[in-house]
Design a protein. Structure first.
Length: 433
């Protein structure tokens, strides 16, 4: 490890060692100014050529932007410098030289297409805007994880290679598994239910999910990060309360702890959602969408909500909101039907005005009802034997949800493409880097 000082910790009057990337080199004849950048900021270093050795002059001539150098020298006050201070180097060491032909401009003076930035993501992360996004994403996940601990959950890690899909269907990634049929998991749903119902009671997971859906949009990916919660002895109403608490806490934590990052992204003040979130029924949602006049054709009861329908409803709601009382036939087999109206489920979706963020509900915990639900959706219970078998041994009432971490950050920062908030996104066309 290098014994160094972070740039934003530099103060006048001392000798320090700093290491970072060459942000810019300005040769003004008798003077050369080098702007050095690390994760904390930018520091100006001034070289007076008449006082430099031939060796140092030779090193300066080799430097291109994004080279990594180590400087040792004295910090002095200089009002004209970017931070009001300046480094007068005594020594310079080149750690790593950069190719002068950069594929994109980390300073942001020359913009690049998103595809180029994703191809060269490691260089793109040197842009303060990109770095700010992932610092905010980290804070979102930190605050959510802490809240789960605060409500007495334990963190679990479920398999990502499975013998059957969570919901069946065609959006599965098949893989070769020692001569057996296997798939990348669509969701930790079945496993988290078994763990919560197995005695641990309250669990959460933040991890990858995989869906081979063919959507090629600005909000779909084939590998995404899901934030999952499951708890025994709570109903769907209580699960909804946890979901809105999690979103509220994430927003407040970013607002309190990410001032510089938000300003770097042009967000002067984050609009904080107010809880409890409004709740509308599925039937009401269909009516709102149809009355908007934005749909190419009206939705019928029992239809899933299209992207345009979600946006039309979001324009009216203008806040986070829940859609409840979904038709049982369009919810997964593990969602329990309502007792008095079995055509309706105890499922819910939590929506941002621009997109769906959360899907959840109360789970079917009765063995016979679960078998019937699987068969009614054309699924073979024997394909889910490891799952349904546990329901014969005292499965408690339980509820939970899954939240799209990528969409949460995307909608919070009002970004246009979910790929902006994913380090190395995977979609139909992108398998590398």
């Amino acid at each position: 490890m290098y014994d160094r000082t972070l740039i934003n910790s530099s103060t006048p009057g001392g000798t320090i060692t700093v290491i970072g990337w060459v942000h810019e080199v300005r040769d003004l004849g008798g003077l050369t100014f080098l702007l050095l950048r690390d994760r904390s900021g930018i520091l100006q270093a001034k070289f007076e050529k008449e006082n430099l050795s031939q060796e140092i002059l030779s090193l300066l001539d080799q430097l291109y932007r994004e080279s990594v150098v180590l400087l040792t020298g004295e910090i002095v006050e200089e009002k004209r410098a970017p931070n009001g201070i300046e480094l007068i180097p005594k020594t310079i060491e080149i750690i790593s030289l950069s190719d002068p032909n950069l594929p994109l401009d980390p300073s942001g003076k020359v913009t690049s297409e998103l595809s180029t930035r994703l191809d060269k993501r490691c260089i793109d992360l040197r842009r303060p805007e990109s770095r700010s996004i992932f610092e905010i994403r980290s804070e979102v996940q930190r605050s959510i994880r802490q809240h789960f601990y605060d409500i007495d959950c334990i963190e679990i890690n479920t398999p990502k290679i499975v013998a059957t899909g969570t919901e069946g269907g065609t959006d599965l990634f098949p893989i070769a598994y020692f001569g057996k049929e296997a798939f990348m998991n669509q969701s930790p749903q079945l496993f988290k239910q078994l763990v919560a119902g197995g005695g641990i009671e309250r669990v959460f997971e933040i991890g990858p999910i995989f869906r081979a859906e063919e959507h090629n949009t600005t909000r779909h990916l084939n590998e995404a990060t899901s934030i999952d919660f499951e708890a025994a002895f709570i109903d769907h109403e209580m699960a909804m309360e946890v979901a809105e608490e999690v979103i509220s806490i994430a927003y407040h934590s970013v607002s309190e702890n990410c001032h510089e990052q938000l300003q770097m992204l042009g967000i002067q003040k984050l609009t904080l959602p107010q809880i409890p979130f409004p709740r509308i029924s599925y039937t009401n949602a269909i009516e709102i969408a149809n009355e908007s006049g934005d749909l190419p054709e009206p939705l019928n009861w029992g239809d899933d909500l299209s992207t345009q329908a979600e946006r039309s409803i979001g324009d009216i709601m203008n806040s986070h909101y829940f859609i409840t009382d979904w038709p049982s036939e369009i919810k997964p087999f593990y969602i329990q039907d309502q007792d008095e109206s079995p055509e309706l489920s105890k499922g819910f979706d939590l929506m941002h005005p621009s997109m769906e963020l959360v899907s959840g509900g109360q789970r079917e915990n009765r063995y016979e009802f679960l078998i019937n639900a699987l068969e009614n959706q054309g699924l073979n219970p024997s394909d889910f034997e490891f799952y349904v078998d546990m329901f014969r041994y005292g499965m408690p009432p339980h509820s939970g949800w899954g939240m799209g971490a990528d969409r949460l950050v995307m909608s919070m920062l009002q970004l246009d493409n979910v790929r902006e908030v994913v380090l190395f996104p995977r979609d139909r066309n992108r398998l590398a880097p």
